[in-house]
Design a protein around this ligand. Structure first.
Ligand code: LIP
Length: 288
């Protein structure tokens, strides 16, 4: 078993990578802020509500090309490269997991919940995460074993275990067929019947997960998000003292397209027991 010194030595080598991720996220955020004010060219991907703009593609190219220049041997998983057919494969190699614009629908409508998300994994283990809220210029960061921060202020999740005092976030996802909407509204109804204080849908999985990390919300659950929505946020929530699990109650599976995150393990497992599953094809379904 590696000693804490060896662990520190091991994770320290990624410190430089995280600093580069922060600079890259800030640069990408500037491009997004500029484009935010202008007309957007919109097209659709897997469904009429799965939207993309030229800025999503431009920002992803900017992020990956600048990181690849510095780390040519590393691997990259990006939302738009995957949509363009690149395999979504997580190996033991150092891998950057990138969402250039999380909250694309918000971006299109100039609704200010828009973020850049950069996660980093080695040996399939998440090592650090950077999420940059482009409009508020809030920078969320965390490195495994070193705590989570927003603009340098340490984050702490809520300690709430009582559902009747909870504020919950969720997202609808891209599937809108009647059976899916029935399950989605049934899940909300069961939590509302538990007298939660409220349920919020803000249109950005990464910024919703950052609300859990900061303790502003007690929990988040979703079916249909992607590994690039989860990677950075999962490290930030864990380092803020929180829990990220699979909707079955088991360990988080980055490629499964589903998550429950909460300040307390009690609340995470309560929600996992209450919600009915909406099935989505895994992100790595075409990896082999
Ligand atoms: C979005 C997520 C949201 C999910 C959407 C989409 P995007 O990410 O933030 O939680 O419901 O389907 O995945 O496409 O804006 O990067």
């Amino acid at each position: 078993m590696a000693s804490s010194e060896e662990n520190e030595m091991y994770s320290k080598q990624w410190e430089g990578c995280m600093e580069i991720a922060v600079q890259t996220a800030r640069t990408a955020g500037q491009v997004i802020r500029e484009a935010f004010k202008h007309e957007k060219e919109v097209s659709t991907k897997s469904s009429p509500v799965d939207l993309v703009t030229e800025t999503d593609r431009l920002v992803e190219d900017l992020i990956i090309s600048s990181l690849r220049e510095k780390y040519p041997s590393h691997r990259f998983i990006g939302e738009e490269s995957s949509a363009a057919g690149e395999k979504c494969l997580l190996t033991d190699n150092p891998t950057w997991i990138i969402d250039p614009i999380d909250g694309t629908c918000n971006f299109i409508h100039s609704f200010p919940m828009v973020a850049v998300s950069i996660g980093f994994a080695v040996n399939k283990e998440l090592e650090f995460g950077v999420i940059y809220h482009c409009l508020d210029e809030n920078l969320y960061t965390a490195r495994k074993g070193h705590g989570a921060f927003c603009n340098g202020i340490q984050l702490q999740v809520s300690k709430e275990t009582d559902m009747s005092k909870a504020l919950i976030l969720t997202e609808i996802g891209a599937k809108r067929d009647p059976a899916t909407l029935k399950i989605f509204s049934g899940n909300m109804e069961r939590l509302l019947k538990a007298q939660v204080h409220g349920i919020r849908v803000i249109g950005s999985a990464t910024l919703a997960l950052c609300q859990v990390a900061s303790g502003a919300a007690d929990a988040y659950y979703q079916f249909g998000l992607h590994c690039w929505d989860i990677a950075a946020a999962a490290v930030i929530i864990r380092e803020a003292g929180g829990n990220v699990i699979d909707t079955s109650g088991g360990p988080l599976d980055l490629m499964s397209r589903r998550i429950v995150a909460a300040g307390t393990v009690e609340m995470a497992h309560y929600i996992a027991r209450e919600i009915q599953t909406i099935t989505y094809e895994r992100d790595d379904h075409n990896a082999n």
